[in-house]
Design a protein around this ligand. Structure first.
Ligand code: ACO
Length: 392
């Protein structure tokens, strides 16, 4: 029989630039207030890159401590994946520059899947390990999102910050690591969160005046539309990945959601019928750091002792694309007396699991009905407001 392989997290590291942009700073730049930003998003401050600091530099700074903790040198790596939508250059991707700066001798590629990119990268890396073709993979999430932000646009500039976080995945034959994942996309919503210029639709050289005049090289976002998408997809994706793993939400010790908006996380906790203290939140310190958001929260959860060996952690992200991705990771090695997920499913836990899942599904239908009703109410109010404004 072929030996089963698991992809276990053995090292982690983070890097955030020193420069801090507070809500008070933003009050001086645009028509906003600390009260509005805090109550609508949960964000207090975010970090911004130093002049001349690039995504490859930040990636290396989060990768080095992760490699050291895993007891590896860059030469031991079989692959580097960098989740990033703000690379040093449009071409090539940032991963090869990171490989060179680290002095690694392996393949390297970038995944651009918006804020969900790092969870996509984690799922991809775990496949290389589980197939038996690789043993040591560095999975980085880095974003210098401030470079694409218009700091005169209050609807986007208060939300985002820069950061990098890395994880080392290593092969093990003990049941641990990535237990299940779920990836999704809906490109029909691509323009609700996008940078219009610099791709093939609007090449820079031929459209420079139009791009500058209409600020088309900046991130454009339909906030309320993304909000609706996020509240729907966060809990539905988490439920799907739990189903795939044969687990219930109660079996998860820590949820690590994408840090985009505190209200989105609260809604997800309600939809999952889990207490907020099981949800990792660090949005107040960093804002939305896109592809770095989930790994940064994971690293801080380790640092703060919020999770330990044997715990099952569910990570879920959503973002530009539109994309979403969830993964369940069992940290460290399973305790000797603990049954593997598959074993517990077969040995009697199955009937209880099926009963609880059926009950959850009924509650979900009621909850979804209520959420859709609330969304319709908000949309109707928004339409009425627009009609009033256009008739005045
Ligand atoms: N300060 C003060 N007022 C503001 C600000 C601000 N920074 N931004 C918007 N407003 C105003 C609006 O102009 C509007 O005013 P009006 O009523 O006079 O027209 C009012 O506040 C309400 O605006 P909404 O957009 O309806 O506010 P909402 O409660 O939806 O919050 C927000 C906006 C925070 C952007 C929310 O929609 C959100 O979080 N959306 C999701 C964004 C997100 O997660 N994006 C990242 C996805 S991940 C990735 O890949 C990058």
């Amino acid at each position: 029989m072929t030996e089963r392989r698991f992809a276990k997290i053995t090292g982690w590291g983070k890097y955030v630039p020193a420069k801090v942009l507070t809500n008070a700073d933003l009050e001086k730049m645009v028509d906003t207030s600390d009260e509005w930003i805090t109550s609508r998003t949960g964000i207090k401050e975010r970090h911004i890159r130093a002049e001349g600091e690039n995504s490859s530099d930040m990636s290396v700074k989060s990768a080095m401590p992760a490699l050291e903790m895993a007891g590896l040198t860059p030469q031991d790596l079989d692959l580097i994946i960098v989740a990033c939508s703000s690379p040093d250059y449009l071409v090539p991707g940032v991963a090869t520059i990171v490989q060179d700066k680290l002095g690694a001798k392996c393949g390297a590629f970038q995944i651009a899947a918006g804020c969900a990119g790092w969870v996509y990268a984690l799922a991809t890396a775990s496949q290389f390990i589980q197939s038996g073709s690789m043993r040591n993979i560095l999975v980085i999430g880095t974003e210098i999102i401030s470079m694409g932000i218009d700091y005169t646009d209050r609807t986007t500039c208060v939300l985002f910050g820069d950061a990098s976080a890395s994880v080392v995945l290593q092969a093990t034959d003990k049941p641990a690591g990535v237990l299940a994942y779920e990836l999704g996309s809906d490109g029909s919503g691509a323009k609700s969160l996008y940078v219009p210029a610099a791709g093939t639709v609007l090449p820079v050289a031929a459209n420079i005046d139009k791009i500058i005049e209409n600020k088309l090289s900046y991130l454009h976002m339909d906030g309320p539309e993304v909000f609706k998408f996020a509240t729907r997809v966060l809990s539905s994706s988490m439920k799907r990945v739990l189903d795939k793993a044969g687990l219930l939400a109660d079996d998860i010790q820590l949820f690590i959601p994408h840090q985009a908006n505190y209200r989105i996380i609260e809604t997800a906790a309600r939809m999952m019928r889990q207490p907020m203290d099981k949800f990792m939140v660090n949005i107040q310190k960093y804002g939305n750091t896109s592809a770095a958001s989930v790994p940064l929260a994971l690293v801080e959860a380790f640092e703060e002792g919020r999770c330990k060996a044997g715990d099952k952690v569910l990570m879920c992200a959503f973002g530009a694309g539109l994309t979403w991705a969830s993964a369940i990771v069992q940290l460290g090695e399973a305790k000797a007396e603990e049954e593997s997920v598959a074993e517990s499913w077969i040995s009697g836990g199955r009937a209880m699991y099926m009963a609880k899942r059926a009950m959850n599904r009924v509650q979900d239908s009621v909850q979804n009905f209520m959420l859709n009703w609330k969304i319709r109410q908000v949309e109707a109010a928004r339409r009425r407001k627009q009609e009033r404004q256009s008739s005045n």
